[in-house]
Design a protein around this ligand. Structure first.
Ligand code: HEC
Ligand code: HEC
Ligand code: HEC
Ligand code: HEC
Ligand code: HEC
Ligand code: HEC
Length: 430
């Protein structure tokens, strides 16, 4: 009787363990094989899956254009392939102003998944369009919270394994005691055995707690649960680029650098070639200092960084062939399941950059001004009217509205984004 219960318990534990194992496996699997995610994380900053050029060429039809082996070599290290004298590689290199695509940290199965995604992108994803002149060397970094889930699953699995082993030990001891005709006095429930385990291994428990606290797990967890809520986030940037100096003092229009905001989903970060339009001449030889995040920096040194990334020699005014990409750290990060389009807001909705990003022209360092929560989005949609004036689309819509419907939504004379469907889940969620 007793035996049967024990076996049942053990079976349950076994099943839980198996479940966790498969969960972990699925997580890792989807993490490494999801072509769309991989593409977004590694390639989307520079490529679209359509035919339009972003920083690099559009990748539509790429699998027909080159064979798989060539693509593998190119993606892993295009520089090597160019150096090896490969004709195709050299031609692309010339065509793109000798900008080298940085080596991509992907393995063969991940490349397969990416190529598969490029051949069959999910609907409506032409990708970002940027009309930045020439190729560039911009990398926008994003942290990947999927790792956190894998990590959490691994820890859960470990805990369960420890329990299972410990329980098995208990069953054995209990059985041995029974066999020898003695009474078993040890723990019999999971909770009791947990307490006993903690008591017997106080050193280990203390060590684990210390590691959890100081090993950054809490930070990681924070990263996982914040899901976009990161107001005031102000990561350290590789070049101390001041918006106050450029957009404020020098009054350079936001659209000069973030030119794609008006006609694509993303605003994009300008390539260093855009900077060179001015910084070929403005080389920091004034020797001035400037303030950035409360500290003083030298113009000469910070502007020199642009030249270093581009492998540009300001004395001879020539470019070498060893450019390295600048890694700006992304400040705003909506979760993957949210769809947001700059064009929709800036061009169609006529919203000012500052409404969402704050007075950027006064900021030395841009930070995340708005909370970027769902509440923030829907509250603005509830309050803001869509601009219907001179907008053919809305005039057409007005004509088609029944009088009752017009009365209902336009009773107050305004059509808000919400009334126009801006609260529908599918508008914002993939
Ligand atoms: C930092 C920007 C950047 C990133 C990130 C990037 N590429 Fe590129 N890629 C380029 C540029 C620029 C070119 C143009 C060729 C050159 O000068 O290197 C290019 C060229 C290519 C080509 C050749 C296209 C053609 O039509 O000849 C392929 C294929 C390619 N990239 C695939 C990828 C894949 C896949 C990824 C992601 C794993 C990726 N790239 C990530 C910048 C990038
Ligand atoms: C001279 C070029 C230039 C101009 C002009 C400019 N920016 Fe930027 N912007 C950048 C660069 C480079 C970055 C990336 C480095 C950083 O985050 O500071 C950036 C970053 C940003 C970011 C943060 C992006 C992220 O990572 O999430 C926002 C928001 C932004 N700019 C808004 C604006 C607004 C609004 C204006 C106009 C008031 C403006 N910018 C004018 C070059 C420019
Ligand atoms: C339209 C012209 C123009 C463009 C485009 C431009 N800059 Fe500047 N930049 C200036 C001027 C003007 C100064 C101030 C120089 C001075 O006061 O001596 C400056 C100063 C700087 C400085 C030192 C002060 C600061 O803001 O940190 C850095 C670094 C810098 N620029 C980086 C960049 C980068 C990176 C880009 C491209 C994303 C860029 N600039 C694009 C005109 C420009
Ligand atoms: C400052 C106000 C404001 C904020 C904040 C805002 N929106 Fe909007 N949004 C608008 C306006 C105005 C429109 C209407 C544009 C138009 O005329 O179609 C719009 C339209 C949209 C649409 C198209 C709706 C439709 O009916 O086709 C989507 C999707 C959307 N917003 C998503 C978001 C998301 C996601 C966020 C938060 C990350 C957000 N918006 C934050 C003002 C805002
Ligand atoms: C309705 C609110 C809203 C308006 C208006 C708006 N932005 Fe944004 N912006 C966002 C959100 C939300 C993100 C984060 C998008 C993401 O992570 O996918 C963002 C991201 C960015 C980024 C980072 C790169 C990117 O595209 O993800 C830049 C740069 C930027 N915005 C610049 C601008 C400029 C310049 C304007 C004005 C021309 C502007 N934004 C207008 C809400 C807005
Ligand atoms: C105007 C845009 C918008 C609309 C409409 C919208 N959402 Fe969201 N939603 C967001 C944004 C942005 C986030 C991410 C920010 C956050 O987690 O707070 C989000 C997050 C979520 C999350 C994840 C929450 C979390 O903390 O992980 C769920 C679930 C969700 N939305 C469900 C819905 C449902 C259901 C609807 C329809 C009733 C809906 N959303 C309509 C913008 C929107």
């Amino acid at each position: 009787m007793n035996k049967i219960t024990n076996t049942t318990k053990r079976n349950t534990l076994f099943k839980v363990t198996l479940f966790c194992l498969s969960f972990l496996f699925l997580q890792i699997n989807s993490y490494s094989q999801d072509g769309k995610k991989l593409f977004k994380a590694n390639c989307a900053a520079c490529h679209s899956v359509g035919s339009n050029k972003v920083v690099g060429p559009g990748l539509q039809g790429i699998s027909e254009k080159y064979d798989r082996e060539w693509l593998g070599k190119w993606i892993k290290n295009s520089g090597d392939l160019i150096a090896s004298g490969d004709g195709d590689a050299k031609a692309i290199f010339e065509e793109y102003n000798k900008v080298i695509m940085p080596p991509q940290p992907v393995d063969d199965s991940q490349i397969d998944a990416i190529l598969e995604y490029i051949s069959n992108p999910s609907d409506g994803e032409a990708g970002p369009v940027a009309d930045v002149a020439g190729a560039s060397n911009v990398v926008v970094e994003e942290d990947n919270s999927t790792m956190v889930y894998i990590f959490a699953a691994a820890i859960l699995l470990l805990v369960i394994l420890v329990f299972t082993l410990n329980r098995t030990g208990l069953f054995l001891r209990e059985a041995v005691a029974k066999n020898e005709g003695q009474e078993y006095t040890g723990p019999t429930t999971l909770w009791q055995s947990f307490r006993e385990l903690m008591r017997k291994n106080q050193g280990i428990v203390a060590a684990v707690i210390i590691v959890l606290f100081f090993g950054g797990l809490l930070d990681l967890m924070d990263g996982a649960f914040k899901i976009g809520v990161h107001q005031g986030y102000k990561p350290e940037q590789p070049i101390k680029f001041s918006h106050k100096i450029h957009a404020g003092d020098d009054k350079i229009d936001c659209n000069y650098c973030h030119s794609s905001a008006r006609h694509s989903k993303t605003s994009g970060i300008p390539s260093l070639n855009v900077c060179m339009n001015c910084h070929k001449a403005i080389d920091g030889s004034s020797g001035k200092t400037f303030m950035y995040d409360g500290k003083q920096y030298s113009m000469t040194e910070e502007i020199q960084k642009i030249y270093d990334y581009l492998d540009y020699d300001k004395e001879t005014q020539t470019y070498g062939d060893n450019p390295t990409p600048v890694k700006w750290v992304k400040v705003h990060n909506l979760p993957d399941h949210v769809f947001f389009s700059h064009e929709q807001h800036v061009t169609v909705g006529e919203q000012k950059c500052q409404t969402c990003h704050g007075p950027v022209e006064e900021m030395e360092v841009v930070d995340q001004h708005a909370p970027l929560t769902m509440k923030w989005c829907v509250e603005c949609h509830k309050e803001t009217a869509v601009s219907t004036e001179g907008n053919g689309y809305y005039e057409e819509m007005h004509k088609r509205m029944t009088p009752e419907f017009k009365d209902k939504v336009m009773g107050d004379g305004v059509l808000t984004v919400k009334e126009n469907g801006g609260w529908e889940c599918a508008k914002c969620h993939y």
